[in-house]
Each structure stands twice: as C-alpha cells, then as structure tokens.
Design a protein around this ligand. Sequence first.
Ligand code: TRP
Ligand code: SF4
Length: 332
Amino acid sequence: MQRMVSGMRSTGKLHLGHYLGVIDNWLKLQNEYECYFFIADWHALTTKYDKTENLKQDVLEVAMDWLACGIDPNKATIYVQSQVPEIAELHIYLSMITPQNWVERDPTLKDMAKILKSKDGMASQINYGLMGYPVLMSADIMMFNADFVPVGIDQVAHVELTRDITRRFNNIYNTDFFHEAQPKLNECSLICGLDGNKMGKSFNNDIKISDTAEVTAKKVMSAITDRSRMRKDDPGHPEDCEVAFKYWKIFGTEEEVETVKCECEKGARGCADCKRQLGAKINERFAEIRERRRYYEEHPEVVKQILEDGAKKARVEAQKVLKEVRNLIGMY
Ligand code: TRP
Ligand code: SF4
C-alpha cells in the first residue's frame, strides 16, 4: 500500500475550515492508503516558543477533534511529532545538505515573517528554528518515506522543497532510497468565516467543531447575509448573500438550497429565520461528532494512550528508515 504523511500544527480546538478542508479528506484517505497523521508540536514551537503554557492542552484538543471526527487509530497511525524523536535526527541530516537559499526563498516563510513582524513589531525576527520549518517538514515526510502528502495549496511549496531535498539526498549518497513524495491537493469546500473573510482562530470568525449547539446557533445568527436587504419581504439576492447562502451550499441538500434560493428571491424568507434553520442544519451534521468528542473529553487517558500507541508504532518504522539513512551517510 502506498504511504501518506500529513500533519497539522497543534493550534488547539479545530474549526469547520479544518474539518471541511482537511479532516474530511483524511477520513477517505485512511481507507485507501497507509496513513501517518501527526500533530506538529515542534512546528507550533517555531513561532510560539515563548507561549508554551497551553501547548500540552492544544495537542490534546487537536487529537480529540480528529478522533471525534472519525480518524481511526486502527486504520491510520496518529501521533505527536515530538514523541517521535527520530524525526529530529533526520532533520539534522537534512539540514546538512539543504542550501541556505533554498529555505530563504520559501514563500510561506516570508509570509510568516511578515505576520510576526506585524504582530510584535520585531524587525523580521526569524529564529534558526523557524528558518528550518520547511526542512523539518521534509523530515516529517521522509521519515516514513511517503509517496504522497495530502495538503492544502498553501503547503505545496513545502512539498516541492521536500522533493528537492530528497533528490539531493539520493544524489549525494548515491542511492534511490527515498521516494519523491508528491503533493496531493485536498479536495475541499472552502468555507469562509462568519464575517466573509478566511476562517481562522485568531480572526474570531470561526465555528469550532467542539462548539455546543447553542454557541453554534448563536454564531450562525451573526453570519453576514445580503447587505442590500433591509426588510424581510424585500426580494433577496442569494448570490450576494456573503456568508449564509454559501454555508447553505455546503451544509444543505440540493433541494434545500433550491428552496432557500427561491424563497429568498421572492422575499418569502427572512434572514433571521433562514439562519436559524441553517444553524440547526449545521448542528445536525456535527451532533454525533460532538457527542463522541464529549466522550474523549471525559476520558483524556484514552486519548493519551492512543497517541502513545501511535508514537510507538511510528517509531518502529522511523527507526528502520533512520538506520538506513545513517548507513547511507556513513555515520559511526
Ligand atoms: N506546515 C503544515 C501546516 O501548517 C503542517 C505540517 C507540518 C505538515 N509537517 C507536515 C503537513 C508534513 C504535511 C506534511 O499546515
Ligand atoms: Fe441569505 Fe437566507 Fe437572507 Fe437570503 S434569506 S439573504 S439566503 S440569509
């Protein structure tokens, strides 16, 4: 079976963007590939090295969301990056062969530097570890000699760099040991935030997988609609309804979307009612997931055990690869 590796930074509770954009894909992939899914806590540390008080909890929250959504430890290997220290050793070897300008031209890194700068006003303070972000990612991927890496479009450049590093390694050490991992773009319904911008934790415009039905309903009521509409019997323009109608298209059946569209255009549907229905629809979709999540919240020891078992399994594979790598390089 072909191998797949993918990770998510440990950012705490996940939102519907993560669910629709990433997890939903993984649910399918775990049936078709040998999957390694991990929580990238070292990557989180590249920017949050001085704010670590929630790090442990953030890792657990991500794990609980994955498990609740149906990522299955009997199908995929799920683990925490830092519990597989072999990755750090591979990262060292890769860092030896990666030219500095390869990481300097990394577009995501440039964006991150900009964000850091705007947040802290620090004159593009980039630490050595952050500089190595894409090399560490290459280690994540090469650690299991992956064939594919399911990612969003924003991460493709990183996978391309991984391919460059792979080729360079194979060249230098005269081997064909490492496979050139290919990016596999997630098929996703992009969901915007409640305000119409990109959904994100720090923008305060997200709905969490773990939000209660009440909180979700309330948040949905704040979603932006057709701004030109003043009264409930004004004819509406679903295509200009910036958020609510978009959500309908994601969560409603074709029939429901058609009904919403017709009624809205005729002025036979008020936005408040429309969003009440929408909230209920979203809650229906996540009811089971949230129930499962509550179980894990009440049994964190189960979650920790799953992660520990996953790391154990991952390390067996990682050690095989590392042994070969040390041998190829000629380490003592
Ligand atoms: N950088 C990725 C992100 O921010 C997370 C990640 C870390 C990753 N290592 C990876 C993704 C390896 C795929 C493969 O989303
Ligand atoms: Fe949007 Fe529904 Fe209001 Fe129409 S009725 S503008 S679809 S929220």
